[in-house]
Design a protein. Structure first.
Length: 74
């Protein structure tokens, strides 16, 4: 269901989904190679975070990069 412009909420899974990402995913479903391209971790595309500045964006990227590095090491 639409919550506000650009944001939908899946009531079954209780996930917030950005409408641009959802539209891109729906277009991808039309591809004949969809099973090969299927996104395995859709949860990364859900529950979007609002970023208000370049600094916040850079910090978010750094934190996610650090998390991925730690995950590979463990």
């Amino acid at each position: 269901r639409r919550v506000e412009r650009g944001l939908y909420v899946d009531d079954v899974n209780d996930l917030a989904i950005n409408s641009d990402i959802n539209g891109a995913r729906n277009i991808l479903k039309l591809s004949p190679n969809y099973q090969e391209q299927k996104c395995t971790n859709f949860s990364k595309l859900c529950n979007p975070i609002k970023v208000n500045s370049d600094y916040e964006f850079a910090k978010l990227l750094k934190d996610s990069w650090d998390y991925e590095i730690k995950k590979k090491v463990v």
